[in-house]
Design a protein around this ligand. Structure first.
Ligand code: CP
Ligand code: NVA
Length: 313
């Protein structure tokens, strides 16, 4: 019997995805397997969320996350309502959360503060999925892991180089890659590295998987022997006032033909999107055959379906 018709053992047991490590290492592997199953067999899961309703809350703009969650829920037979704007603008967050609990079965939220996600989970008692916060972007990292798994046919032993800002995307990549045995080098300007406690957490997790985690400042050193070179915007949502200053500090970290040439010949280029061409990446690299950014974007849909099945089925 083909492997994709089996349900991963821990399929039903995840409670939340407030941050990456809400999923155990086993659940992380299981959600990637389930993602491949739902990608191969859309019809089989078409009724899985029948009669289930979700609240989608977005404090920040979104193209991919919002549309792929709405599509994922509908393609699984459920439905959702979407609210855009500050979540606790007119009333306390704990009241918002308790309202949502009376109407819907789960919450997907994109927030500024990570605490907003944690409080929504606490006060609603519903499964909550982090759709990006200032600290993490777990759904993105899952799609990225799936993209690498599909491209290379394995994850353990690959080297991922992340070049640029030590931000939410970098944090989630660290926490997933470390557990899946992917060696990870993160090169950032001094003062813009990932949070020390998250690097320490990743190193601790990597001890079990055997992955090597390093943070450095030299982008050429970071991409040496890399199978994948990843970057993200230099100023994230909420940091617009720092954009000009950051342009100067991050200029040596642009992913261009010369930096990518320092990685393995067959390395892929990854970006969570939206990309700012001419800043963190050149147009040439975005349009090159090495770029898998649109595979990553497609995989958002599939991994998020798997996440919803893990939480709600
Ligand atoms: N990558 C990503 O999360 O894209 P959006 O900001 O468009 O949702
Ligand atoms: N780091 C970026 C990711 C966007 C998907 C941001 O937070 O704006």
């Amino acid at each position: 019997m083909a492997a994709y018709v089996q349900q991963p053992a821990s399929h039903a047991h995840a409670a939340n995805l407030r941050h990456d490590t809400d999923f155990s290492t086993e659940q992380l592997a299981a959600v990637l397997e389930l993602s491949q199953q739902v990608k191969q067999s859309r019809q089989r899961y078409a009724g899985s969320l029948k009669g289930r309703y979700l609240s989608l809350l977005f404090e920040k703009p979104s193209l991919r996350t919002r549309l792929t969650f709405e599509l994922a829920i509908k393609q699984l037979g459920g439905d959702c309502v979407t609210q855009v704007g500050r979540i606790a603008d007119r009333e306390p967050l704990k009241d918002v959360a308790r309202n949502l609990a009376r109407w819907t079965d789960a919450i997907v939220a994109r927030t500024f503060a990570q605490e907003t996600i944690e409080e929504l989970a606490h006060w609603s008692g519903l499964p909550v999925v982090n759709a990006l916060s200032d600290l993490y972007h777990p759904c993105q990292a899952l799609a990225d892991m799936l993209t690498l798994k599909e491209h290379y046919g394995k994850l353990r032993g690959l080297k991922l180089a992340y070049v640029g800002d030590g931000n939410n995307v970098a944090h989630s990549l660290l926490l997933c890659a470390a557990r899946l045995g992917i060696h990870t080098s993160i090169a950032t300007p001094a003062g813009y590295g990932p949070k020390e406690r998250i690097v320490e957490q990743a190193k601790e997790l990597a001890r079990v998987s055997g992955a090597e985690i390093e943070t450095l400042h030299d982008p050429v050193q970071a991409v040496k022997l890399a199978n994948a070179v990843y970057t993200d915007v230099w100023a994230s949502m909420g940091q617009e006032a720092e954009a000009e200053e950051r342009k100067k500090r991050f200029a040596p970290y642009q992913v261009n033909a010369s930096l990518l040439a320092a990685a393995r010949k067959d390395a892929v280029f990854m970006h969570c999107l939206p990309a700012k061409r001419g800043l963190e990446v050149t147009d040439e690299i975005m349009e090159s055959p090495q770029c898998v950014a649109f595979d990553q974007a497609e995989n958002r849909l599939h991994v998020q379906k798997a996440v919803l099945l893990m939480l709600l089925e």
